[in-house]
Write a protein that binds this ligand. Structure first.
Ligand code: DGY
Length: 328
């Protein structure tokens, strides 16, 4: 029997019940929103296992304060909230939930592409505000997706799911930038691999599908935004800091590009944040994976990973295999 904590209410209550059914003593924080850092510190006292939200900061400070914490099961595929090196150095195992949310995130990415390219939110605001004075030949002109080019930065599970939707469903042409060539997908979807700057210069829509790491932080900066086509759309469903936010604000203020953003440097966006005033951006509150089925599957997978670690078995989604040592 181990003592574990689930740091926020899971979308499927049966998932956490499985931890109890396995005989563990479980502290369930009954709030769907994340805990503040000091509360997280309190919650983890005396706990061997933590089922963490992707915004819970698990750093050297927390790990040093809680040497009893051995297992962190992250609810989410992104794990930039965990200092994985610090965890590895302390022998703490970390898992994530890849795969089960790819289709939901891809759906949301396409929703943002459509909203920004066809100016859906601007149209809604104009209509409600009484600013629609009748049919007009040049009202809210946008991008015709069919025949336009999408540039996918990152072609992992989520990038591939987005490519399938936009290429097969909407008749877009596809470029991708990625660490490795994907010849099968190139053949299946007619994609072409390109360097980032070529991709930016040739795409009408650019979508981001990368983890946040020291290499990807600020990857899309002022130079990259300037390389984008006039009137192009940038969609970020990955992590905010992959895009240099001040540079993005400049590009959006100029109206050179439009954006669909689900993730930000600081979440939630503070009141008065300059993005809130820009018509050229469509904003959603980090909900790309928020399909009911996907969120339940994320909960089930996070619980499964935690149960496997607690049982001394190697979990299926271990982020830091270096920390794994076969139990004696
Ligand atoms: C993830 O999985 O990393 C998402 O951002 C949270 O759903």
């Amino acid at each position: 029997m181990a003592r574990v904590v689930v740091s926020a209410r899971l979308p499927d209550p049966t998932a956490a019940q499985r931890l109890r059914a396995a005989g563990h003593e479980v502290l369930l924080r009954d709030d769907p929103r994340p805990a503040a850092p000091e509360e997280l510190l309190r919650l983890t006292a005396g706990r061997e296992g933590l089922l963490a939200m992707p915004v819970d900061r698990i750093d050297a400070r927390l790990l040093d304060a809680r040497p009893e914490l051995r297992f962190v099961a992250n609810f989410g595929v992104g794990h930039d909230n965990v200092d994985v090196d610090a965890a590895t150095a302390r022998g703490v195992l970390v898992t994530n939930t890849p795969g089960v949310l790819s289709e939901a995130v891809a759906d949301h990415c396409v929703a943002l592409v459509l909203a920004a390219a066809r100016r859906v939110v601007e149209g809604d605001r104009l209509t409600r505000a009484g600013g629609w004075t009748g049919f007009s030949t040049d009202l809210l002109l946008g991008i015709d997706l069919s025949g336009a080019t999408v540039g996918l930065v990152g072609l992992g599970r989520i990038g591939t799911a987005v490519a399938r939707r936009l290429v097969l469903g909407f008749g877009m042409r596809g470029l991708y930038a990625g660490r490795s060539a994907r010849p099968q997908l190139e053949a299946e979807l007619g994609l072409r691999r390109a360097e980032l700057h070529e991709l930016l210069a040739r795409s009408d829509v650019v979508t981001l599908h990368l983890p946040l790491t020291e290499q990807t932080r600020g990857l899309i900066g002022a130079r990259e935004l300037a390389a984008m086509r006039e009137g192009a759309v940038l969609v970020n469903v990955a992590r905010g800091p992959i895009v240099d936010e001040p540079a993005l604000l400049e590009a959006l203020r100029d109206g050179r590009i439009r954006a669909g953003l689900d993730v930000f440097d600081h979440e939630p966006l503070p009141p008065g944040h300059p993005l809130l005033a820009l018509e050229t951006a469509v904003l959603t509150p980090h909900i790309a994976s928020a399909g009911r089925r996907s969120r339940a599957a994320m909960a089930a997978l996070a619980v499964h990973n935690l149960l496997e670690m607690l049982a001394g078995r190697r979990p299926p989604n271990l982020v830091n295999p270096e920390a794994w040592t076969t139990p004696a």
